[in-house]
Design a protein. Structure first.
Length: 251
């Protein structure tokens, strides 16, 4: 676990971190040590050990990274929750405002950090959908586009791309699925970065939003959303690798 301090994102950047939730042994114990009492109680309520383990590593690494931006020990990071459960940092730096959002799917976690604007992130493991397709995810227009898609592979890819965009939007708002998934409506023929067609049925409101795709990955779809146009993703794992001295070998 690194403890070096991190420079805040500029107002045009969103830092994205990703990590593996299936760590073993002593690393897991270190994460457990830095959780709050409330987080440990929540961890102990998971029915399956694998889910408990992943929650602990997710929250532990979240605290670790937030602490590096805030110049605080991970244990000293204090979180509170919005009305629908969106976590935020209660202790903030004096010269910028740290906003964040976390997502996990299977053994992978992703964290987005921005400076003074709300963001949402969602990652989704791409998996077979033909049986039990949750069609309520789509608006009528989206459903018509989806039904016209050729082939299982293309449908699977577009389904999870669209799902990730919608959930990222709803997480940026902080409502999650208190609002219906068709609150954000997209043109399914556009891949990668996009702007919704409608937000809450309003085309004008949609123009304020930008939804950026995480780099293409055949097994995992991902999106970051903000009600703001002029921002970009900086992949921090890549950034950290670039900044390592030549000849660096991970321990
Ligand atoms: C937010 C929501 C879409 C996340 O679903 P999910 O399948 O767990 O998806 P993800 O893995 O992408 O996101 C989970 C993370 O999002 C964050 N989160 C939780 N609620 C959130 C919200 N309302 N808005 C934005 N982010 C939220 C948390 O950090 C959470 O991870 P953690 O619990 O390990 O810290 C879903 O929980 C939801 O719709 N919640 C709102 C409605 C609700 O149930 N409210 C009652 C709680 S007060």
């Amino acid at each position: 676990m690194s403890s070096s301090l991190l420079t805040p994102p500029s107002e045009q950047n969103v830092h994205v971190w990703q990590w593996d939730l299936d760590v073993r042994g002593s690393e897991f114990n270190q994460y457990w040590e830095i959780l709050s009492t409330q987080e440990r109680e929540r961890a102990d309520k998971f029915r399956f050990e694998r889910h408990r383990h992943r929650y602990v590593v997710g929250r532990g690494e979240l605290r670790q990274i937030l602490g590096r931006y805030l110049a605080l020990a991970p244990q000293a990071v204090t979180l509170d929750y919005g009305p629908e459960g969106k976590p935020f940092c209660t202790i903030q730096p004096s010269d910028w405002k740290l906003c964040f959002n976390l997502s996990h799917t299977e053994n992978r976690a992703a964290l987005a950090i921005s400076n003074d604007f709300e963001i949402g992130i969602d990652i989704e493991q791409v998996r077979p959908i033909e049986e039990n397709l949750p069609t309520h995810v789509f608006s009528t227009r989206e459903r018509a586009q989806f039904d016209a898609l050729p082939g299982t592979e293309e449908r699977q890819k577009v389904f999870f791309e669209t799902w990730a965009r919608k959930e990222a939007g709803l997480k940026a708002l902080g409502t999650g699925f208190i609002l219906p998934p068709d609150h954000f409506e997209f043109d399914l023929s556009v891949h990668g970065d996009t702007t919704p067609r409608f937000v809450g049925g309003d085309a004008q409101e949609a123009t304020h939003w930008r939804i950026r795709a995480l780099p293409a990955n055949p097994v995992c779809a991902g999106a970051v959303a903000a009600r703001r146009k002029d921002w970009s993703i900086v992949e921090m794992n890549q950034e950290a690798l670039r900044q390592r001295p030549v000849g660096y070998r991970p321990a």
